[in-house]
Design a binder for this molecule. Structure first.
Ligand SMILES: Nc1nc2c(c(=O)[nH]1)N[C@H]1C(S)=C(S)[C@@H](COP(=O)(O)O)O[C@H]1N2
Ligand SMILES: [Mo]
Length: 315
């Protein structure tokens, strides 16, 4: 991300799974009773929100169903620098990554600090389906059907104190399992952060699955963050630590290149990256460029979080 100009998508369109294959598989999963219970409700809610028109994208994202990026692309074209900087590195290099057992240390300004197991937060019967736009700062994008649970559920459970204003998320730092850690591309471990009110927003999501399956290692198993109105790098993968604090956390990409990657990293077509425009993006699997939407299309839901903030300064 740091050293390269926006890459072209290397997968020829002839190799991209046609949309219909996913639809078929999806109805198969539904018949077999494998899909989470949330989907039908999600789709119904999405229709209503979609009918209101405009740029609005519903929480469940059912109106994006026809735009899904093929599963093969979502799980083989990845950024996960701990497993290599090439888009096709993480999948093979994370093949034997151990995600069980997995613990998450919760610390800082919080009433219930502890080392939790993932199971303390994830109950498979309660997982929700969310179809979200996914926009990398490198100007490519996808539409992804995630499964997970609202970040707000996690936060309410561990109870931040009144003085907590930010949340910091840390990725596993295990050189034995993560060959990319040998290279000082970023300051390791990978750290990201959010303002507490951003983390509490109903769109902020902890992801445990994709395309109706357990999250593949290369996508950040067993637990990763997805913030659909922000650039993809805000979505830390394979999270082992969550810290509540009253100071804006330092973040890995901001440390690496502060003038390129800000703390907020809201998708904003009006603020160019110093080395390329952010006004357009290439949806993986398409040749044409699409216009990038303010807040990645989620403006009607999230813009109020930033009233009074200069988004050109706070990029
Ligand atoms: N720990 C960690 N998390 C990470 C990254 C990373 O290199 N390491 N890359 C980020 C970037 S730049 C993007 S675009 C998304 C990519 O997520 P995906 O591979 O599931 O599409 O993960 C983000 N989370
Ligand atoms: Mo990214």
């Amino acid at each position: 991300m740091l050293i390269r100009i926006t890459p072209e998508h290397p997968i020829p369109s002839s190799e991209i799974t046609p949309e219909g294959v996913y639809q078929d598989r999806r109805s198969f999963l539904k018949d077999a009773g494998i899909l989470g219970v949330g989907l039908a409700a999600t789709l119904a809610a999405g229709k209503q929100a979609g009918a209101q028109g405009g740029q609005g994208t519903s929480i469940g994202g059912a109106e994006l169903k026809g735009e899904l990026t093929p599963e093969e692309d979502v799980t083989s074209y990845n950024n996960f620098y701990e497993f290599g900087t090439g888009k096709d590195d993480p999948k093979p290099n994370a093949k034997n990554f151990k995600t069980k057992p997995w613990t998450i240390k919760v610390e800082g300004m919080v009433a219930k600090p502890a080392t939790y197991s993932v199971e303390d937060f994830v109950s498979p019967s309660k997982l929700e389906d969310r179809i979200y736009r996914h926009r990398c700062v490198e100007a490519w994008s996808m539409v992804v059907p995630w499964q997970g649970f609202p970040m707000a559920d996690f936060i309410k459970k561990v109870q931040p104190t009144a003085s907590a204003k930010y949340v910091e998320f840390t990725t596993l730092n295990d050189p034995k399992q993560m060959p990319g850690l040998r290279f000082p591309v970023l300051e390791w471990p990978y750290v990201e952060g959010l303002r507490l009110d951003e983390a509490m927003h109903p769109l902020a999501f902890f992801v445990t699955g994709v395309y109706g399956k357990t999250l593949p290692n290369q996508n950040g198993a067993p637990l990763r963050i997805v913030m659909p109105w922000k650039y993809g790098f805000k979505g830390g993968k394979s999270i082992v630590k969550v810290r509540f604090t009253d100071k804006e956390p330092r973040t890995a990409w901001n440390i690496a290149a502060p003038d390129e990657y800000g703390f907020y990293a809201n998708v904003n077509p009006e603020v160019d990256h110093p080395r390329w425009t952010q006004a357009r993006e290439r949806r993986i699997g398409e040749l044409r460029r699409r216009e990038t939407l303010m807040f990645n299309g989620y403006g009607s839901q999230v813009a109020s979080l930033y009233s009074g903030l200069d988004l050109k300064k706070n990029y």
